[in-house]
Design a protein. Structure first.
Length: 453
């Protein structure tokens, strides 16, 4: 049983630890994350049925581990990080607890929090890779503008920031931080985060990471959800089909990734999917994008979103109240191999300068320049593109069940003087909900800079 949380800024790590803590290195438990790194290199020539059987056995083993680990950790603990140091003396306690020590100590169901030190901007600079996360834990940062976890530029080796293993029975939650500086060679995946578990991201800024595929985040074999996040300026360097400068999602056997109130901007890929790459290797797999903005990403092909399926599988990307615009050379593309099906589906109230023929636009879908401001802090924890004066996104959408935008501001705000879209509810399209009518910069110049005649 894990130690019971005690009041104060830290927690003794003298808990009795499960022998499963080292399960990720045991010969009888396959590290499913390694499959994600093997897949992108030559996935087209791989027998998907053999891989599906192999992964099935892997996940059954992971299920047994997770069930036993949960029973042994019935009483969850809280570990509070109170230092920015990158060190480990084997103890996470009130005197000193680093992120590295907290991850080592945490077992299934445990939480990692951050002390009041992190109420002001702090950076944890990593000299070496963090321990693998092999159990269901929650890491709750103090906010993406306050907490940065990065690979130190002076680090002697290349590594990713977070590595999550254990299979679909493991659920990891990360919130309130910036993840940056992860750097891997072209053959590896997930520069910022590599995940073979269920992953929940909330209020996270993944920026400036590099890997072969999934420069920002690489996901595989599990359902995941990202909310109120920004993925910016990440790079995928593989020249094969994988791509995914911001996000690479590998589905096998029926998995889904849900992206809500999020921004994917300025990412690049040396192959496909500068912003997002969905790769369906078996079964039916889906990426669902709601109230989000995907802009200014680049790739050799399909700069914004790429939807790919092979070997009789199905890949589906759905868009609702989302902006996909300004990606180069095109915004969206599908590709298939060996009898597979890859499609985009509009669920209405989308905005793009060019849908590239991936679906027949609905009556509520708009084809136009979205007129967005630069990626910047618009009074939120994660940077966003706000609609500027005259943007066709204003009041042209539907909130789709969200009551706040990416920044945490109220959604819906029905702006005066702007007509709502037919069937809409006055929400803006995209990740940002304007709280007042944007002011024209021409009006600003005339009113404050130019002499008034």
């Amino acid at each position: 049983m894990a130690a019971v949380a005690q009041p104060g800024p830290g927690l003794e790590s003298a808990a009795v630890r499960s022998p499963l803590r080292g399960a990720s290195t045991a010969s009888w438990l396959v590290d499913a994350a390694s499959l994600i790194e093997l897949y992108p290199q030559d996935i087209r020539s791989t027998n998907s049925l053999t891989i599906k059987d192999f992964v099935s056995k892997t996940l059954r083993a992971a299920l047994s581990v997770a069930m036993l680990g949960t029973a042994m950790n019935a009483q969850a603990a809280i570990y509070t990080v109170n230092s920015t140091a990158d060190s480990s003396d084997g103890s996470c306690d009130a005197a000193n607890c680093t992120l590295r020590e907290a991850i080592t100590a945490a077992l299934g169901g445990d939480q990692i929090l951050f002390s009041s030190l992190f109420n002001t901007p702090q950076t944890i600079s990593l000299q070496t890779v963090l321990p693998d996360i092999a159990s269901s834990i929650s890491i709750q940062g103090s906010g993406a503008t306050r907490l940065t976890v990065r690979r130190d530029p002076s680090a002697g080796t290349n590594f990713r920031v977070f590595n999550l293993i254990g299979g679909f029975t493991i659920s990891v939650s990360i919130s309130g931080m910036t993840i940056t500086g992860g750097n891997l060679t072209a053959g590896a995946s997930g520069g910022g985060i590599n995940s073979a578990t269920q992953l929940s991201l909330s209020g996270v800024h993944v920026t400036g990471n590099t890997a072969g595929s999934g420069g920002g985040v690489s996901l595989g074999f599990a359902n995941s959800e990202f909310a109120n996040c920004t993925f910016s300026n990440n790079s995928a360097t593989n020249v094969n089909a994988s791509g995914g400068g911001g996000i690479f999602f590998l589905g096998l056997g029926g998995h889904s990734l849900r992206i809500v109130n999020s921004t994917i901007s300025g990412n690049s890929s040396s192959a496909n999917g500068g912003g997002i790459s969905l790769f369906s290797a078996g079964g039916s797999n889906t990426v669902e994008i709601i109230n989000s903005t995907i802009a200014n990403n680049t790739a050799v092909n399909s700069g914004g979103v790429r939807t790919y399926a092979q070997n009789n599988s199905t890949a589906t990307t759905t868009l609702r109240n989302t902006i996909v615009a300004g990606n180069m050379p095109i915004n969206m593309a599908t590709e298939t191999l060996n009898g597979a099906t890859a499609v985009f589906q509009s669920q209405g109230f989308n905005l793009s300068n060019n849908y590239n023929g991936v679906f027949v636009a609905q009556a509520s879908d708009i084809t136009s320049n979205p007129l967005l401001g630069a990626l910047q802090n618009n009074d939120g924890q994660t940077p966003t593109h706000a609609p500027v004066f005259g943007s066709p996104a204003l009041d042209a959408g539907h909130g789709s069940g969200s009551f706040t935008d990416q920044r945490g501001f109220l959604r819906v705000v029905d702006l005066p003087g702007i007509a709502n879209a037919a069937g809409g509810n006055g929400s803006d399209i995209g990740a940002v909900e304007a709280q007042t009518v944007p002011v024209s910069d021409v009006i600003l110049r005339a009113g404050f800079e130019d002499p008034i005649p």
